[in-house]
Design a protein around this ligand. Sequence first.
Ligand SMILES: C[S@@+](CC[C@H](N)C(=O)[O-])C[C@H]1O[C@@H](n2cnc3c(N)ncnc32)[C@H](O)[C@@H]1O
Length: 301
Amino acid sequence: MKHVLNTTMLTALVVVMAAVPAVAQDRPAFKEEVLKQEKIYQTPGENIPSGYVIDRSLLAYTATLLSGFDRDLAALRPGDRWLDVGAGRGQAVLDYYTPRYDAMNREGQEQRGRKAQAVAMSIEDRRTPLWQQTAERLEANQIQYWHGRRMREYAPAELGKFRLITDVFGGFSYTRDLSLFMEKVLGALELNGSFYTALIDVLPEQGGHPSSHRNSPFLTAIANADGSATKVCAWLKEITCVAVGCAVQSKLETVMEVYRVQKVCDNVAVPALSLVHYEAGTPPARRFQSGNPTVVVPGPR
Ligand SMILES: C[S@@+](CC[C@H](N)C(=O)[O-])C[C@H]1O[C@@H](n2cnc3c(N)ncnc32)[C@H](O)[C@@H]1O
């Protein structure tokens, strides 16, 4: 039987093709990995995979993130806002509101007063009774726990502006759309505000190392259009209107690189990356390619 496509059918086909994202067309395997990843997020507390840490303290944040984070946090004043993207249980936020925090950070205590507002963001709701008790003890909306959505799914008006944004093995390590993630983060940062984050098993700015990950050269890798490797730090430095600091934490067996991205003007443009490899995990293995329009992946990331 001969099939003839008339103009209406052709138009319908083009619309359907355009609606199917490139990744879904080319790599159906991602779908399975995305489902596996979703299961990790939704695993109840008692069955959580050992690599999925959801209760790091503020001290652990300070030890992990680039130096300057503790100073920036201590310098926040009432009226300022702190967003922790990928907060897990929100332990770091809870620790910030304890008398112990003030005892350990006497400098600036007076000016800090009743402290900044904090938002803990997580895909899944990991709140504990301690979160509820602390929220009740504090003024209304002093701490908020946003769950059920990824960073990319919040509109700018919902997010508002933050003086400080942190991400300790949250969205920056887990997202399938790193460019969009950074656009959201920088869109939500006040001018001169800073974003502190980290990645494990990544090609660091200074020197290289043999990767410890079995199936992928690095857990997070970026390739240029010609296939040569580029560095996450170098990619961050290509973003306009930011000052970037990168440092390697080599105490660990697996190399960890930490980043500070400070927004220095408003005209932020993030270079596009497309996702070319994705494997669920804690965190997932991701390979991105630069120089292409950002791949639009359906559903939550
Ligand atoms: C491994 S836990 C880390 C929790 C916490 N930062 C800690 O160190 O204990 C990962 C967290 O990131 C969240 N997450 C992953 N991708 C995210 C995204 N794109 N936007 C917001 N949260 C995300 C998860 O829901 C979870 O709360």
